[in-house]
Design a protein around this ligand. Structure first.
Ligand SMILES: Nc1ncnc2c1ncn2[C@@H]1O[C@H](COP(=O)(O)OP(=O)(O)OP(=O)(O)O)[C@@H](O)[C@H]1O
Length: 274
């Protein structure tokens, strides 16, 4: 472990594990505040050029998007021979994934969560960053119950009209243009937020399969349905927004800013226009 890290932080218990590293709770020796330290093992990335590229990009991109109330703050970075240590704002209270396990959300609650999530996404997009792996496990809540988008390990720069490529993301949440191998834009994040909204309201994903391959096939078909048994009490406004976020035609899919201005969002999920 980096000497400089150890001088500045007391490293406490492990709080999570990802593919490439371990996350510890840690306490600053200067401020006594609690942080999360994500220690990425560089040796595990040695054989994969794309993973290695993501590793160097993650702290740079995270630094650029830090400073929004709905994004996990990157506090400090330390590097030693084998590890890269990211000292992050501590968000160990709950993830959106854990909240979703408790069942569907009333519309007002779903709208409140979506609004904060899309604000975080709009902040990234304004800075030329696409997150590319938006899923409930990467959406945290802190001890004040504030929503924080985290894990910029798959994020990418775009800008000057540049397109992105490469299959990144998580099957249920990934946009069809990513699955079919096309070049794509930052609107892949809007699609993922649409999937999250659908699950919050219906309790099941919109595009389902028994395996990753089957899920990808369902995503590619992009056949969006609102089964009556799950959607009978969901407002037309919410369904309208879902159609505009989970729209296969990227040019017609809303941008993050447009999602925030959609009538259902503006009404805080209280739009009953039928
Ligand atoms: N800022 C944080 N505050 C509190 N806990 C965190 C924080 N960041 C990550 N964690 C915890 O550590 C776990 C691992 O996070 P990490 O980002 O390394 O990997 P992952 O997203 O689960 O997987 P992958 O490596 O596939 O991206 C998370 O599931 C979460 O429980």
């Amino acid at each position: 472990m980096s000497e400089e890290l150890k001088r500045n932080y007391e490293i406490c218990e492990e709080i999570g594990r990802g593919r490439f590293g371990v996350v510890y709770r840690c306490i600053s020796s200067v401020s006594a505040h609690t942080f999360a330290c994500k220690s990425i093992d560089k040796r595990l990335l040695a054989n994969d050029a794309i993973d290695r590229q993501c590793l160097t990009k993650e702290p740079k991109i995270h630094q650029i998007v830090s400073g929004s109330p709905n994004i996990v703050e990157l506090h400090q970075v330390f590097e030693d021979t084998d590890h890269l240590h990211l000292v992050l704002e501590f968000c160990g209270y709950q993830t959106l994934y854990e909240r979703m396990l408790a069942g569907t959300f009333p519309e007002k609650e779903a709208a409140a969560v979506l609004e904060k999530l899309v604000r975080a996404v709009a902040h990234c997009h304004l800075r030329g960053v696409a997150h590319r792996d938006i899923k409930p496990d990467n959406v945290f809540f802190d001890d004040q119950n504030s929503l924080k988008l985290g894990d910029f390990g798959s994020a990418e720069w775009f800008g000057n009209g540049e397109m992105m490529s490469g299959l990144v993301g998580t099957p249920y949440y990934v946009a069809p243009e990513v699955v079919d191998g096309s070049d794509y834009t930052e609107k892949v994040d809007v699609w993922s937020c649409g999937v999250i909204l659908y699950i919050m309201l219906a309790g099941i994903p919109p595009f389902y399969g028994e395996s990753a391959t089957e899920i990808f096939q369902a995503v590619l078909r992009g056949n969006l349905r609102f089964p009556t048994r799950l959607f009978h009490s969901v407002s037309p406004g919410a369904k309208d927004l879902l159609r505009k976020m989970l729209c296969k035609d990227v040019s017609r899919r809303l941008s993050a800013e447009q999602v925030l201005r959609h009538p259902w969002m503006m009404s805080g999920g209280d739009l009953r226009d039928d």
